[in-house]
Design a binder for this molecule. Structure first.
Ligand SMILES: [Zn+2]
Ligand SMILES: [Zn+2]
Length: 280
């Protein structure tokens, strides 16, 4: 249906609309992506959170709006044939999430696997909420990191068809909020790289850290190098929550991935295939 992408084409595999916690409509997002020269745009609103984790339904697309969500995506995709639009979701992993992910994301072509939550569904906490730092104060950054890596590896090992693991070192989000890890993270990074390799997962190189005060990509260079050496394929996304953030920093991320040793990034195509697009 579609030919191979030109090397280094702009692709954004992680974006949000106001159906979840973004601010743009699908129409605004696709128009902004088109203006930014985007070849392939993957929409990945949050999904699959139980009421205990998202009581007001403000973080995610609630199940009752899934049909409306799909229709709005189709209309925007049809209005902008110059952008190849792919329908996906960012699915949270937490203990016992499998049935929710399977049922609620059934219509998706792409599923990002994310760990934002540590602990049980009714007794856990967000790790990247700057307004609720309870878990960071209670456990301390080193223990949050250890538990995060354990959960992340469980997500990789789950039977769920996560196409790529989003923002792999999300706990870095809180480094600048006064919670830097004091332990050497290298052994945890080694564990993550082995786990992604052994479970056949892709990982995401995200530009969002530059917009969220992290001052770096997710993942940090040492972790990305380990993924690269382990032969773990990479996808690239902005995690844009505003139309203006879509495709933000993608070219810089390609240059960074090249420098680390990657020669291709993986891209989901509208026909359901995945393509290894040369960076140059
Ligand atoms: Zn996320
Ligand atoms: Zn996201």
């Amino acid at each position: 249906m579609t030919g191979p992408l030109a090397p280094g084409s702009i692709v954004d595999t992680h974006t949000h609309t106001r159906f979840s916690d973004g601010v743009g409509t699908f129409e605004e997002n696709v128009a902004a992506a088109e203006a930014a020269g985007c070849a392939v745009l993957v929409s990945t609103d949050h999904l699959t959170l139980p009421a205990a984790m998202d009581p007001s339904g403000s973080v995610q697309v609630v199940e009752s709006r899934l049909a409306e969500h799909r229709a709005a995506w189709e209309a925007a995709a049809a209005a902008h044939p110059g952008v190849e639009c792919v329908y996906g979701f960012e699915c949270d992993w937490y203990p016992g999430c499998e049935k929710n992910v399977e049922r609620w994301s059934a219509g998706a072509q792409v599923r990002l696997g994310s760990v934002h939550w540590l602990g049980e569904q009714d007794d856990g906490a967000w790790i990247d909420d700057v307004n609720d730092q309870r878990i960071w104060r209670e456990l301390g950054p080193d223990e949050v990191w250890r538990r995060y890596v354990e959960a992340w590896c469980s997500a990789c090992e789950s039977p769920l068809p996560f196409d790529t693991m989003a923002h792999p070192d999300l706990p870095e989000r809180m480094r600048g909020e006064g919670f830097p890890a004091t332990i050497d993270l290298a052994p945890l990074w080694d564990e993550m790289a082995s786990c992604a390799r052994d479970t056949g997962r892709r990982v995401e190189l995200s530009t969002a850290g530059w917009r969220k005060g992290v001052g770096d990509y997710y993942p940090a260079r040492g972790l990305l190098e380990r993924f690269c050496h382990a032969g773990v394929p990479v996808t690239v996304g902005s995690d844009g929550h505003r139309p203006a953030d879509l495709c933000d920093g993608i070219r810089g991320a390609y240059a960074h991935a090249w420098e680390v040793g990657y020669r291709t990034v993986e891209v989901p195509r509208a026909d359901g295939s995945w393509e290894a697009m040369p960076l140059r």
